[in-house]
Every structure is written in structure tokens, then in C-alpha cells.
Design a protein around this ligand. Sequence first.
Ligand SMILES: [Zn+2]
Length: 239
Amino acid sequence: MNKKQNKNNTEMKNNKVLTAEEQSKLTPNKVIEILKRGNEAFADNRLALQNSIERVQNAVNGQHPEAVILSCIDSRVPVEDIFQCGIGDIFVARVAGNIVNPDILGSLEYACKVSGAKLIVVMGHEHCGAIKSAIDDVELGNITGLLSKIKPAVNQSKVNFKGETTSGNAAFVEKVCYANMELMVNEIRKNSPILKAMEDKGEIKIVGAIYGLESGKVEFFEKNKIKNIIEQLSIRFFS
Ligand SMILES: [Zn+2]
């Protein structure tokens, strides 16, 4: 990245918050590009955005974010920073294990159908404690019910898995993490006719992503590619 590109990047993210008109001109693919570029800046240690009081005030009268990210609550995953986003740029829904439930679906529908966001990203992350707890069958208060939503990914990942299916096995934890991401993307399509219809019409995209705790990089997985990735993982670790 040369100085000129860096300057452009800085200028882009320090602009005022998105207007309704700017948002309406964005496409789902363009938003993926913007998020990828922001993540490159973060992972290259040249995060340029700082929320200013000017930006706070610019956003008072409305918001027109470009995307909604469904992320885990993990404190090591600062979602806005990861994508070099500031006030007004993205909606963020956070719940342990980035699971989908009716309230999360309602939030995603609000972000896209009501507020015009163009992209839904279900973002899991490496070394996820919720995934490990689901593998370990942890039972505690309301955590039990939450983890039950990750169990289908655990059970699916056990099929044809040749190593130890424990939270101590990094390969198994990774497989469950990807499977959970894929299942949650499909849950959205299955349980939200509104979002499914928007995706079918090309108004939005629903994609998966995994955040690397060590690299700071986000890898995106679009429709029909997630399964291939899980199969590739199986080949890499288990053949
Ligand atoms: Zn997590």
C-alpha cells in the first residue's frame, strides 16, 4: 500500500456518515469490497478511522448503514475496528456463538428491510469459547439454552471426523466453528422469508465470515462456497 492509496483510504473513512442516497447506490458486492478494504487496513496496522464529535453530530438525524454483522460477544473481536468502520457505518448484532434466534432475525430484518443495509455477515471467529463450551456440553443457567443452538453444528461436525471430538482438539473446534457459521447463514434463509426474498431479488447478500484472532484478518464465504470450505477443511485435517 503506497502513501497515495493510504491517504485515499483515510479520506474515505473520515467522510461524513452515509446518506440515504449514498446507501441506495451501494450493491451487496460493493459493500463486501468496502469491508474487505477496511479489514486490510486493520490487519496491516494502519487503522485510519477515529470517531469524532463531528461524526457523532452528523449521525443524529438518521442512519443508513451499509451492512449488518452478526458476531460473537468475544472481547477480542472489536467488530467496528476490524472493518475500519465508525458511527453510522454498520449495524452490529452480538450474541455468544453468533447464533440466530427470533430476536436476532428481527434485528437483521430491521437492518435490511427497514434501514436499507445491503449485506448480512454472519461472522464466527477462531478460538471461540461458546463453540468450545457447546462441544464440552457445558450446562449453566441460561447458557445451557444458548449452547443448544450450537449443538447441531457440533453433531454435524462429528460425522466422518477421525480425530478426537473434544474442545482440546483445535481441528475439531475449527470444523464446528465453520459448520456453525454455515448453519446460521442457512437459519436466516430458512426462518426469515423477508430476508430470503430480498436475497433472491439481489437486494442483499447473506454471507459467512471467519475472523482470525491471530492475524486480525476476516475471510468471507459467499453462497455455495461455504460447503466447499468445510470439505476442504475435512481434507486438510482428516484425510
Ligand atoms: Zn466466540
